[in-house]
Ligand binder design. Structure first.
Ligand SMILES: Cc1cc2nc3c(=O)[nH]c(=O)nc-3n(C[C@H](O)[C@H](O)[C@H](O)COP(=O)(O)O)c2cc1C
Length: 207
């Protein structure tokens, strides 16, 4: 950013960034796998937008932003539940399996060992830690919904370190990089076209 605050946008294999966005990017969370289940369909996706939403162990809460065009969005919205898994550094392959293609057309969890938790969400057997969450509120972000969840149950997993976005970027196999940046660009285009806040009200009734 120059002294006037002007930004120079850089295009990297389609994905756009500038000095301001590179600073905002530092607010990304550790990598998490979000799982869902509704009416016989299960699914999983990857996110780096999970944030602790309470500092009291008596009121454990967490939030996550999910883009509206993702299959996971529909399943979380309808079920009012999500599983949130912190990943360990040995799980780069899972990031590719859940975070690069949509589950609309294929069952992404079919080959990934998991069980269904008491809340009904899929719990991945391998993770750093898993949380079963119940949606208690949402906030509209135009192109995404922020789901705020009560943590119903916590399941410690394994691994020495939670996977962070800098770790992912430094260790992502070169063969994935182009696809990763192409997906990023497509998501940026969706966002640019759907920035208006909508008056959507999620209702917990009946869930
Ligand atoms: C490192 C990484 C971080 C991501 N973070 C988010 C995120 O915070 N929110 C989101 O909606 N999608 C995020 N995604 C994209 C989804 O995980 C991805 O598009 C996924 O295929 C959606 O799957 P679904 O359509 O089966 O739900 C991320 C992907 C990666 C690889």
């Amino acid at each position: 950013m120059g002294p006037s605050g002007a930004h120079t946008t850089v295009v990297h294999l389609g994905m756009r960034t500038d000095d301001s966005y590179e600073l905002l990017r530092q607010f990304a969370s550790p990598l998490v796998a979000i799982t869902t289940a509704w009416r016989g369909r299960t699914n999983g996706m990857i996110s780096d937008s999970a944030v602790r939403a309470s500092i009291s162990p008596a009121v454990p809460r967490i939030s996550v932003f999910v883009h509206k065009w993702h299959f996971s969005h529909d399943l979380i919205w309808d079920s009012g539940r999500f599983g949130l898994h912190m990943l360990h550094e040995g799980q780069l392959g899972l990031v590719y399996e859940l975070g690069f293609v949509s589950g609309r057309d294929r069952d992404k969890l079919a080959g990934i060992p998991h069980r269904i938790g008491a809340s009904g969400v899929p719990l991945l057997e391998d993770c750093y830690a898993a949380f079963e969450c119940r949606v208690i509120n949402t906030m509209d972000n135009g192109f995404a919904t922020m789901f705020l969840g009560d943590v119903l149950a916590t399941h410690p997993g394994r691994g020495d370190a939670a996977m962070t976005p800098p770790y992912l970027r430094a260790n992502m196999p070169a063969a994935w990089r182009e696809e990763f940046l192409r997906n990023y660009r497509v998501a940026q285009e969706h966002i640019d076209q759907h920035r208006e806040i909508q008056d959507l009200h999620w209702k917990a009734a009946g869930r």
